[in-house]
Design a protein around this ligand. Structure first.
Ligand SMILES: NC(=O)c1ccc[n+]([C@@H]2O[C@H](COP(=O)([O-])OP(=O)(O)OC[C@H]3O[C@@H](n4cnc5c(N)ncnc54)[C@H](OP(=O)(O)O)[C@@H]3O)[C@@H](O)[C@H]2O)c1
Length: 250
């Protein structure tokens, strides 16, 4: 029988921020491809439970880890709970709509702790096991804001650029160890974080005008790229930074 390059049977995946949104869609897709999935959210919540129910109803082997990834000790606890996953999707982030001059130091710290330092901590926790097994996947979720300037998202955008830079450095350094590092940069995806904006009749046409494809993405639109990077189909892909944005990066 022909080998399925996208089969993840026998692999374990941790997807941060998979209670909802993009992380949820990615986690369900990896699970449907055969991975055993560790779902994650800030804390035990109904949304997370519903996602777990959905995963189980699809026959996905799953468990859960909760914690605020903006806090060092909670990242350490999540890492301990997760064990030694083969695939790690660094998806959860915070996004504060504030111009530079209105950003307070505490918010700055929280943005960097959540969006960047947690990635560093997870890489340090999980990379040794992956190198030992000579198989591993780190996938980060960046944003078109890596490239596009936005007066309302300067700090968020800078955390994403820094995250990609860390990923690319690791991609180069650990390519010989069977561990790949790739980034997905979504454009405008319909999730809770932009629900209010995307319900604003004045904003919708302005935002759509920025997307050459002419439509906003769904969380599922990010899942195929993640499956490619996570599977043997992506074994020779490392250091990629892939926009999933309907051309918005152009
Ligand atoms: N949506 C877009 O248009 C868009 C565009 C570009 C990039 N992105 C990026 O894509 C990723 C997912 O975005 P999304 O729109 O799917 O987000 P979302 O719908 O707002 O969901 C966020 C997820 O992250 C978790 N989370 C948030 N803060 C956390 C923290 N401090 N500690 C632990 N978990 C935390 C949430 O858990 P709880 O359910 O417990 O709160 C939830 O699972 C993010 O990195 C975002 O920057 C999104």
């Amino acid at each position: 029988m022909k080998r399925n390059l996208f089969d993840l049977t026998g692999r374990t995946a941790l997807v941060t921020g998979s209670s909802r949104g993009i992380g949820r869609a990615i986690a369900l897709t990896l699970g449907e491809a055969g991975a055993s999935v560790i779902f994650h959210g800030t804390r035990p919540a109904e949304t997370l439970e519903k996602t777990l129910d959905e995963a189980r109803s699809r026959g996905i082997s799953c468990r859960v880890a909760t914690g605020d990834i903006g806090k060092t000790e909670e990242v350490a606890a999540i890492a301990k709970e997760a064990g030694s996953p083969d695939i790690v999707v660094l998806n959860a982030s915070v996004q504060m709509y504030l111009p530079v001059m209105e950003f307070e130091e505490e918010e700055f710290r929280r943005s960097y702790d959540t969006n960047l330092r947690s990635a560093f901590q997870f890489i340090k926790a999980f990379l040794p096991g992956m190198r030992e097994r000579h198989w591993g996947r780190f996938i980060s979720i960046g944003s078109v804001n890596q490239w596009k300037q936005s007066p309302r998202l300067p700090i968020y955008a800078s955390t994403k650029s820094a995250l990609v830079n860390l990923m690319m450095n690791c991609a180069r350094q650990f390519a010989g160890d069977g561990v790949t590092f790739n980034n997905i940069a979504p454009g405008i995806i319909e999730t809770d974080r932009n629900r209010v904006t995307l319900a604003d009749p004045e904003m919708v046409p302005r935002l759509k005008a920025q997307v050459p494809a002419g439509w906003f993405g769904k969380p599922e639109d990010c899942a195929g790229a993640a499956l490619l990077f996570a599977s043997d189909a992506g074994a020779y892909i490392t250091g990629a930074d892939l926009p999933v944005a309907g051309g918005m990066q152009l």
